[in-house]
Design a protein around this ligand. Sequence first.
Ligand code: CMP
Length: 138
Amino acid sequence: MAQRTFSIIKPDAVRKGYTGAILAEIDKAGFKIAAIRRQSISNEQAQGFYAVHKERPFFQDLCAFMSSGPLVLMVLEKDNAIADLRKLMGATNPANAEEGTIRKKFAGSIQENAIHGSDAEETAAFEIGYWFAGYELI
Ligand code: CMP
């Protein structure tokens, strides 16, 4: 059965007009978009989402960045979705991202790195449930 993962097109990429190009990469890689919503989030919502990182030195900056403008929240579906999306995204730091990956093409820095993708099944379940109600998942 197809697996679900959670993804965000981050505010840097939305601001630069890369939303359509990133969605095209996701589509070309064979993902089905099970749910999608463009919105702005509050600093508090960002803090809840990134709670696992709350002791990291970059936490406050990260939450300020994520609440700095509109972003695109998505649930993506395909076989092996979690690992395949992380491969398509490339390394967290775009300086280390492989040629052809979304972060290599569209990310500016380790923080403003264009896209988020869940790193494991439990994280995907938490992240999908944090942003989407069951009835929104088609
Ligand atoms: P993401 O995949 O959304 O998960 C956590 C985010 O924290 C990460 O992408 C980056 O945006 C950010 N991040 C991770 N490491 C660093 C770092 N060393 N400095 C600043 N931001 C970071």
